[in-house]
Ligand binder design. Structure first.
Ligand code: NDP
Length: 438
């Protein structure tokens, strides 16, 4: 904390990681001798820059942007860009740190990075968002490249923003190659990339349940958020026989006891992706639903909870509400949505807890597949990419089981947090040891 003052989210992420991998590290003197934990928690490089742009009224506006290139031991830097007023260096460092381990878990050759800006796209016109993206790329383009650093989307950065960013990169660099992922299908995007994080998270949840001879079929599921991850998690959970009861945004949550059917979800996609409206409109449209202003969905009775909005959205009190209602699984679609104490409460209560590093790795995995398709100059079919995604999520689950079975607990009682951290750590750490003191 002395070395990184004022970075609470970064401390939280490193603390959670170190508390679980320490016993493993102590068993391997090589890691200690090579100062691997110290080296892994220090980013390779941080780039900070000013983004100046002009709004629709002709005013000059100024934002701050960052790219945190955390670790490229096992492949080019890879990780999303976030546009949100709450973006700080601490948030991006926590995300970049976790991204390094997550990317390692996918088994694909990708290092870890994260970036973004304290820019709020909400309420901005398309023209203003374009102006911001183009200005941001004027600085960012010199730091990225298909073998150097490949950004993607995250909160506030979807298809529209990636298209503006890519268009500007192509103009500045005069090269057409896979420097961003999440691109449109006509310019190198991959099928299933949009759906991948949500689908992958639900595949992981299904694997956890299968491990206990159970499944999602017939389960009541609560989901937070109504963006990219939440929407496709809801779609896949419903497809696998679950009933999705809630969605939310920063203004509150909607509760639909009849379930959010594919037709209702289509309304949400139009609302959020096209009209950029508020989730409360769902309750105006469907009489079965109610809107709860300023509240989170964790007090709704459920079997499975899938947080898909943002960091620290499940507090200890929320976790207690969930266990009071006998939740069986919490599977993280968002990054670090569960506070440290809340996570421990859930695990102690015997809840199956799927940590973000493992559970939401499907998005970056398909981004990795998008890079492969760009390098091959070909596109795989929807079924091919979906099959690969499912295979990767099953493989990540197996790695978690391998490193998260404590021996003292019954065979089906897996510590997925330790499993994911140790499995992600080994590949990066062994590579850093092999490189020597660099
Ligand atoms: P989107 O911008 O598409 O959606 C974010 C959703 O979360 C919106 O409903 C938003 O509501 C809500 N939200 C955001 N910030 C807050 C906040 N501070 N308080 C309450 N609600 C909030 O983002 P994504 O779906 O892409 O990302 C969601 C999470 O998933 C993030 O943690 C992200 O890092 C993680 N993730 C995303 C991946 C991807 O492929 N997109 C990959 C892996 C992880 P509102 O509209 O009101 O702001």
């Amino acid at each position: 904390e002395k070395r990184n003052p004022g970075q609470p989210e970064f401390h939280q992420a490193v603390k959670e990681f170190v508390s679980t991998v320490m016993p493993f590290v102590l068993d391997h003197p090589d890691y200690l001798q090579h100062q691997i934990l110290e080296r892994m928690s220090e980013p390779d490089r941080i780039i900070t820059f000013r983004v100046t742009w002009r709004d629709d009224h002709g005013n000059i506006r100024v934002n701050r942007a960052w790219r945190v290139q955390f670790n490229n031991s096992i492949g080019p830097y890879k990780g999303g860009l976030r546009f949100h007023p709450t973006v700080t260096l601490s948030v991006l460092k926590f995300l970049g740190f976790e991204q390094t381990l997550k990317n390692s878990l996918t088994g694909l050759p990708m290092g870890g990075a994260k970036g973004g800006a304290n820019f709020n796209p909400k309420g901005k016109s398309d023209n203003e968002v374009m102006s911001f993206c183009q200005s941001m790329m004027i600085e960012l383009f010199r730091h990225i490249g298909p073998d150097k650093d490949v950004p993607a989307g995250d909160i506030g950065v979807g298809a529209r923003e990636i298209s503006y960013l890519y268009g500007q990169y192509k103009r500045l660099q005069n090269q057409f190659h896979g420097v961003l992922t999440g691109k449109g299908l006509s310019f190198g995007g991959s099928l299933i990339r949009t759906e991948a994080t949500g689908y992958g998270c639900v595949y992981f949840c299904q694997e956890m349940l299968n491990h206990r001879d159970d499944s999602l079929d017939g389960k009541d599921v609560v989901i937070s958020g109504s963006g990219n991850v939440a929407t496709y998690a809801a779609e896949k959970a419903t497809e696998l026989g679950a009933k999705v009861l809630t969605l939310s945004d920063s203004s509150g949550f909607i509760h639909d006891p009849d379930g959010i059917t594919p037709e209702k979800l289509e309304f949400v996609k139009q609302l959020k992706e096209v009209r950029r409206g508020r989730i409360s409109e769902y309750a105006d449209e469907f009489s079965s639903a109610s809107f709860h202003e300023g509240k989170k969905p964790w007090s709704v009775d459920c079997d499975v909870a899938i947080p898909c909005a943002t960091q620290n959205e499940i507090s200890l009190d929320d976790a207690k509400n969930l266990t009071d209602n006998n939740v069986q699984v919490v599977c993280e679609g968002a990054n670090m949505p569960t506070e440290f104490d809340a996570m421990h409460h859930l695990m102690k209560a015997g809840v199956m807890f799927g940590p973000a590093k493992a559970a939401n790795a499907g998005g970056v995995a398909v981004s990795g597949l998008e890079q492969s398709q760009n390098a091959l100059r070909m596109s795989w079919s929807r079924a091919e990419v979906d099959e690969k995604l499912l295979g990767i999520m099953k493989d990540i689950h197996e790695k978690c089981v391998k490193h998260g079975s404590t021996g003292e607990l019954p065979k089906d009682n897996i510590d997925y947090v330790t499993g994911a951290n140790v499995a992600g750590f080994i590949k990066v750490a062994d590579t850093m040891v092999a490189y020597g003191a660099v």
